[in-house]
Design a protein around this ligand. Sequence first.
Ligand SMILES: [Zn+2]
Length: 202
Amino acid sequence: MASRVLLVIDLLNDFMDPRGSLYCGDETRRIIPQIRLLIDEFTASGDHVIYLRDAHATNDKEFELFPPHAVKGSWGSEIIPELAPFDQHLVVDKTRFSGFFGNNLADLLRDFSPREVWVTGVLTSICVMDTTGDLRNRDYSVVIAVDAVADMDPAAHRFALDRMKKVYGAKLVKARPESELTSEHGEFTKGRGNEAMGEIHS
Ligand SMILES: [Zn+2]
């Protein structure tokens, strides 16, 4: 039985490629190496990696709120090549902000019964936070890798991290050891060792 699950949310061409229809900006691309690191680590340790992928119908109601994006089967709905899944990884389509809507994610997690679910991806204040809330509602322990989530709006990013920590009890950690982080992450006080991630005290 796997002890951990890694969720990789919406690392799709339409969000992460400058040619994408809802490009989130160059800043958000900075999380890609950290997510790569986590995917490789979880894969090596035999833990599960689940990609959540926006996959909309062409007339999806969400397009009343946002410009059309990630239409199912299109280039925009494909996972970016830097993070292309391996054969043993799972890809779960979603059509709403929460990763649990209209798919079998709940069943997969019930089968895996992980002691922790790690959450990475975009955007911190939308799909990451809504998915984390639904994980909490199902009593999973959630870990947010703060250098592996991103948002277009820095204030929304900070608010979402704070809310996920205080309201959902999420543990905030870093995907990269302290020595590899730039000074802007200095507000976080601990890196991680080989076995366990340092908890972040913000
Ligand atoms: Zn969408």
